[in-house]
Design a protein around this ligand. Structure first.
Ligand SMILES: Nc1ncnc2c1ncn2[C@@H]1O[C@H](COP(=O)(O)OP(=O)(O)OP(=O)(O)O)[C@@H](O)[C@H]1O
Ligand SMILES: [Mg+2]
Length: 230
């Protein structure tokens, strides 16, 4: 579904991504692990086109997309849940969900299924985004990304600062979405246990480079917990 080949990225003179390559498979969760500041968010933003890559290629759903704008990538079926959630605080829950449909035609309804995945959102449709708890905002950010029915869902540290019961709910939703088989999921995480539970494939980054990779079921045996321990 997604094939990333040899990408390099710089902020000014700093070389942030060094020859990163990986694939994300349909129906699978690909987990990207790494400590603070190793370049995880930069990689995800590069996938979405929010920062330009210097060299390399990104192929999505059979077509090269690395020269396309973020808007075009979203239209092509890439959904992004940014680190820190970026909920519109003054808009209601329903309006936030509609923002996820901004590039669809005006009459496209919010898929009712989102309220089954995240029942709390249905109860809070008219609440302002900024009045939700961190966990509820995270669920809203995921639902907003799912609203246009993406083929690839990219999540940047969805467990950051969130209470355990909601982390469990989010994990269940991610597993269910992958198991349906029509979506690829790329999940960036620092919370090892959550990552390991969900990973079909994993990658570990350090200073902008992929230093380890393999199948999720082998993570523990391959010592990934130690690699990302703080
Ligand atoms: N806009 C920017 N301009 C310059 N340097 C940046 C910018 N954004 C990030 N960096 C630097 O690039 C490196 C990678 O940052 P990035 O945010 O991708 O890391 P990360 O792995 O997502 O970290 P975290 O786990 O804390 O979210 C860091 O050294 C960071 O300081
Ligand atoms: Mg980050």
């Amino acid at each position: 579904m997604l094939t990333v080949k040899n990408i390099h990225q710089y902020y000014g003179g700093s070389h942030i991504l060094r020859d990163v390559s990986f694939e994300a498979r349909l129906g699978k969760v690909t987990v990207l692990l790494g400590r603070n500041g190793v370049g995880k968010t930069t990689l995800l933003k590069s996938l979405m086109g929010l920062v330009p890559i210097k060299s390399g290629s990104i192929e999505f759903d059979g077509a090269p997309i690395h020269k396309r704008t973020p808007y075009e990538r979203a239209r092509a079926g890439m959904g992004f849940v940014p680190q820190g959630r970026e909920i519109f605080a003054r808009l209601t829950v329903e309006e936030n969900l509609r923002m996820g449909l901004a590039y669809k035609s005006g009459s496209t309804p919010v898929p009712p299924e989102l309220y089954e995945l995240f029942p709390v959102l249905k109860q809070m449709l008219n609440r302002r985004g900024g009045d939700l708890s961190g966990g509820q905002q995270q669920q809203l950010a995921i639902a907003r990304a799912l609203a246009p029915k993406p083929k690839l869902l990219i999540l940047d540290e969805p467990t950051e600062g969130i209470q355990p019961s909601i982390i469990k709910d989010i994990g269940r939703v991610i597993r269910m979405l992958a198991d349906r088989g029509d979506m690829a999921i790329v999940l960036c995480e620092q919370y090892y246990d959550f990552a390991q539970e969900l990973a079909d494939d994993y990658l570990v980054m350090e200073r902008g480079e992929v230093i380890a990779r393999g199948l999720g079921k082998d993570m523990e045996a391959q010592g990934v917990r130690q690699l990302v321990a703080i």
